[in-house]
Structures are given as C-alpha cells and as structure tokens.
Design a protein. Structure first.
Length: 301
C-alpha cells in the first residue's frame, strides 16, 4: 500500500507491507517520509512586542530562522501465534530526522520492542510491551560553536534532540465479567537518561496508572468513568554565573559564582532564591560556655 500527499513545501509519503507466510506468523513493515520544506523568506527583525506591551527596538537586528524538518521512519514487526489468542513478537523502529537551525544537524532514534499478548480467555485480555530506545545526534561541533557565539554554554542540550537512552514497560488489561460491563486498567513506567547533557534535562522517570469502566444498562444509556494518575520526576542541571563584586567575604549558602550546581536528590525541585550572609541555624556552631547570670535588679527607697 502506497500513499503520497504533496502540497507546496509539504510532502508526506508512506508505504506498508503485511505478508503472512503461515497462520502462525505475521509480518508487518512500513516506511514513512515527512518533508517540511519551510520556504518562508528570511528577514531581519528590528522591532518586537514583549509581553503585550509597547513596541520596542531590537538592537542589533535579529535574523529570522525558518525551521524545517525531513523525517524518515522505518518500522518492522514479527509476531508469532503458537496458539489461538496467545502471541509474542519483536519489532524495530528507526527514526531519522534532519532539522534546520538546530544544534544537531541530524538525529537518529533506534527502538527495539518486545510484546506479549494473551487474548484467549472469553472475559479477560492482557497485553504487555517493553521498549528500549537510543537516540544519537551528529554535527554537534558546529552547534557548540553557535551556542558559544550567542553566550550560551557549550555543554547545554535541548532535550527533544539530545542524546538519550529510554526504557519503558506498558501493561494493559481488560476484564469483561458481563456482556454489558467492561473494566480496563493500565500501568506504564519508564526512564529517560540524557547521557551527554552537561546542562539541561539530565534524566526523567515517570509512572502512569489508569483505571476505567463502561456499562450499558439499557440500549439508550451508556455510563463511562475513568481515572488516571501520572507522576513525573525530572532532574535538570544549570549554571549561574555573575560578575564578581568587591565586597567583604560572606558565608556562602548557594553555589559558588560561576560553577555548576546540582541539587541533591531530596531537593530536586528546590532552587535557591537568594543568598544570605548568615548561615542557617542548623549549621551555626553553638557556644559550649554559658555567660554568668545577670544580677537581679534592686530597688532603693
């Protein structure tokens, strides 16, 4: 099956192939191409409106950067069904992208997944999937030079194109105790590890739980309800550099000027808002000697 759509600078093309050599083996393969050729003419921006306020001048003028992307996606899956309702499979995906005006010239995602399904019971079904993905980029040398030219850190990475390893597992179950009642539940857990991001997002873990049901008490009434709980825990790294001031030395409670500061695990979402010259009460040394008591006041008549 082939599908092609072309409009101006936009092109979407897809091909699919699904042979079945035996009743126990299913093979699916597909290729997609997405080409967004941004033909917006470049221009210099000399004015801007910040936060819906008055027009302000931009000095020096900033040249526009029309973003474009060329994406190639290749998918292949092999599924084995040794008996009715039970299957296991393995699949791979390769996603390659070339973007304009980004710190990486191109990125490549390689994904391997393993699936296992049990659908042979008349009132119960279970599906599971494990994915391992790796993303790598090329051409960062020119991107680092561009970051340095605009005053950014060379080690900073944008999380949507940074080198990353991902592991994720998903389990989905459905229960149908009655013909007019259905219950579904799902669990997903995963972690993203950004290997070479000196600054920016370093890792991300997530847990997702979902529960839902639908009932049909009559032909004219349908009842549905669902609940989901999602928890994300991300760790990022930043750098704060300030011009040194000529002032007496003071006790330091935050990161040294011009150094990288990484929060401790228990303080991942707490960032210092200001620096005080007084040490916290828990860290101030206490005197081991006591001053003599003051004499009681006397009155004269």
């Amino acid at each position: 099956m082939t599908k092609r759509i072309a409009i101006g600078g936009f092109l979407h093309e897809s091909h699919s192939f699904a042979p079945r050599p035996t009743r126990y083996v299913d093979i699916t393969a597909g290729y997609k191409q997405y080409d967004y050729d941004n033909r917006t003419p470049e221009f210099e921006m000399t004015q801007r409106v910040a936060y819906d306020n008055t027009v302000s001048a931009v000095t020096p003028a900033v040249e526009s950067e029309p973003f474009g992307v060329l994406r190639h996606t290749l998918d292949a899956d092999l599924k084995l069904s040794p008996r009715s309702g039970v299957s296991a499979g393995i699949g791979v995906t390769r996603l390659q992208e070339e973007r304009t005006h980004r710190i990486f010239e191109s990125t490549t995602d390689n994904v391997v997944r393993i699936t296992a399904d049990a659908l042979n019971h008349r009132w119960f079904a279970l599906r599971s999937k494990f994915e391992h993905a790796q993303r790598r980029g090329t051409g960062i040398e020119e991107g680092e030079a561009e970051l340095a030219s605009i005053g950014e850190q060379r080690g900073i990475r944008h999380f949507d194109i940074a080198n990353r390893d991902r592991n994720r597992v998903t389990i989905l179950g459905s229960l149908t105790p009655m013909s007019n009642l259905g219950i579904t539940a799902s669990i997903a857990a995963g972690k993203d590890d950004y290997l070479e991001s000196l600054f920016g997002l370093r890792d991300n873990t997530h847990r997702i739980y979902a529960l839902g049901f639908d009932a049909t008490p009559s032909d004219r009434v349908i009842l549905t309800a669902s609940y989901s709980f999602e928890r994300y825990n991300a760790l990022s790294r930043s750098r704060q550099a300030k011009r040194a001031r000529r002032s007496p030395p003071r006790a330091q409670t935050s990161a040294p000027t011009g150094s990288a500061w990484r929060p401790r695990p228990r303080e991942r979402h707490r960032w210092p808002s200001r620096t005080s010259g007084r040490a916290p009460a828990a860290s101030r040394p206490r005197s081991t000697t006591r001053s003599p008591p003051r004499p009681a006041p006397t009155s004269s008549r």
